[in-house]
Design a protein around this ligand. Structure first.
Ligand SMILES: NC(=O)C1=CN([C@@H]2O[C@H](COP(=O)(O)OP(=O)(O)OC[C@H]3O[C@@H](n4cnc5c(N)ncnc54)[C@H](O)[C@@H]3O)[C@@H](O)[C@H]2O)C=CC1
Ligand SMILES: N[C@@H](CC=O)C(=O)O
Ligand code: NA
Length: 436
């Protein structure tokens, strides 16, 4: 059988990784897919730029629409990132009957509903395993391996850059900016690294996971998003003292009130498996009624791990080329006409435990004033940690852990506490979750 011919859009970190893996594992891929998968063309910004992969045998062009229109291309692999021109190029490829593989979570989170509808209509496949948790085959696991379950939650460390930074802050007491520069050098960070740091990238991935887990449309705009800029080295150290680690988590949880979709820094008990996932590694916990709790672990970013997922998608698409489109695995796990309209729970109604850190005046009665407000708002305190004042200082750090409570109650209490005369700085509030 003739090889399946691949046209790449973008030859950066993941594009080059994909060419490398396709060439390195050519024979093994033939054994798996039944035929060779060959990169034949690539759209690049600058054909003269040195690449980390061999480009011999690849037709290079600066016009991505040429690759999309090339009749010699069977599968278009979109690896340029961002919303436009990626969206138009993917839609044009679908329109021409080309199958698509993409690693672009922003594109799927924002335009997936439109893209999958077009693909369904045209009978083509759009595969996106690399878009969530890089090399971990978590999309395949949620969509296929766990298809017998009613899923309760998907929660995980889904941004490698954030995890890399939080790990270095804990292990080396490193400064945020220096670690971010290292993550960029290693090819982990997004083109605009604020997408990583501000939680946007994790929110893109959570949008996709939530949809796959619960059979709801992609709705990025409903995800509550917080990044890691507000997490200080002091918080990382206090959390450790209390037996916790701070992780940036994405959580999609089905409750009696609907679906929670949220991305934020979270204290996790240090003894739990997910708490020991460090560096650029990702881990996604999936809980189903039949299977119980499962945890998927692996590299969430980087050229080779991400290429592993892109190439797996290419093998999948190749195997399914001759299958009747009606019998293929649905893009979003559930049949398109069976999507549910579960409500997304407003954050004020989401329940969690909380870590609160404040800087307060060092005088008698302060603890009682704070405890009174928390009590009046129905919030019970589980632990208190008060540190000695630094030499000559008139105020002290005070850390509290609360029991489980609705976010709206905490917000009301925080508003009142900020008005206290004893409060010396802003109050840091981080949610606390346990997955045991
Ligand atoms: N780097 C990683 O670890 C991971 C990246 N991804 C996703 O993979 C995609 C690619 O990411 P990277 O390879 O890291 O980015 P990158 O910035 O290294 O590569 C993108 C390449 O596309 C090229 N490009 C941009 N616009 C173009 C255009 N109009 N025509 C031709 N070439 C164009 C750029 O010059 C660049 O070389 C993104 O959607 C990213 O979110 C997904 C998982 C992990
Ligand atoms: N920038 C992303 C790359 C993979 O999706 C990350 O850091 O996880
Ligand atoms: Na993946």
């Amino acid at each position: 059988m003739r090889p399946v011919r691949v046209g790449l859009l973008g030859l950066g970190t993941v594009g080059c990784g994909t060419v490398d893996v396709l060439r390195r594992n050519r024979e093994e891929i033939i054994r798996r897919a039944g035929r060779a998968i060959e990169p034949v063309a690539a759209a690049v910004r600058d054909p003269a730029r040195p690449r980390s992969c061999p480009v011999d045998g690849l037709r290079l062009t600066t016009r991505p629409e040429e690759v999309v229109a090339d009749p010699a291309v069977d599968i278009v692999v979109e690896l340029i990132g961002g919303l436009e021109p990626a969206r138009s190029l993917v839609l044009a490829a679908i329109e021409r009957g080309r199958h698509v593989v993409t690693a672009n979570k922003a594109l799927i989170a924002h335009h997936g509903n439109e893209i999958f509808a077009a693909a369904h209509e045209r009978g083509v496949m759009v595969a996106f395993e690399a878009a969530v948790a890089g090399g971990i085959p978590v999309i395949k696991a949620v969509r296929e391996g766990l298809a017998g379950n009613c899923l309760r939650q998907v929660a995980g460390i889904i941004n490698g850059t954030c995890n890399y930074i939080l790990t270095a802050m804990r292990e080396e007491g490193a400064e945020f900016e220096a670690v971010l520069a290292e993550a960029q050098r290693l090819g982990y960070a997004e083109a605009d690294p604020s997408f990583d740091i501000d939680g946007i990238d994790a929110a893109h991935k959570l949008t996709i996971l939530g949809s796959l887990a619960f059979g709801i449309p992609l709705q990025y705009e409903r995800v509550h998003v917080e990044g890691i800029r507000g997490v200080s080295r002091a918080d990382v150290a206090f959390a450790a003292e209390l037996g916790y680690r701070i992780k940036h988590l994405g959580i999609a949880r089905r409750t009696g009130r609907g679906v929670e979709l949220r991305v934020h820094p979270t204290l996790v008990p240090a003894r739990e498996l997910i708490a020991s996932v460090d560096g650029v590694m990702n881990a996604v916990l999936v809980e189903g009624d039949a299977v119980g709790t499962t945890l998927f672990y692996g590299a969430g970013a980087g050229a080779d791990p991400t290429a592993s997922a892109v190439v797996a998608d290419l093998v999948d698409v190749t195997r399914a080329l001759t299958a009747d489109p009606g019998n293929r695995v649905p893009h979003l796990a559930f049949q398109p006409d069976a999507l549910a309209d579960l409500a997304v729970v407003p954050m004020a109604e989401v329940e969690s435990r909380y870590y609160l850190r404040m800087q307060v005046e060092d005088r008698p009665g302060v603890l009682a004033e704070i405890a009174r407000i928390l009590g009046e708002e129905g919030i019970s305190i589980e632990a208190v940690l008060q540190k000695e004042p630094a030499a000559g200082a008139a105020d002290v750090p005070l850390i509290m852990l609360t029991h489980r409570v609705r976010e709206g109650q905490v917000e009301r209490a925080l508003t009142r506490m900020r008005g206290l005369a004893c409060m010396r700085a802003g109050i840091c509030r981080i949610r606390l979750e346990s997955f045991e």
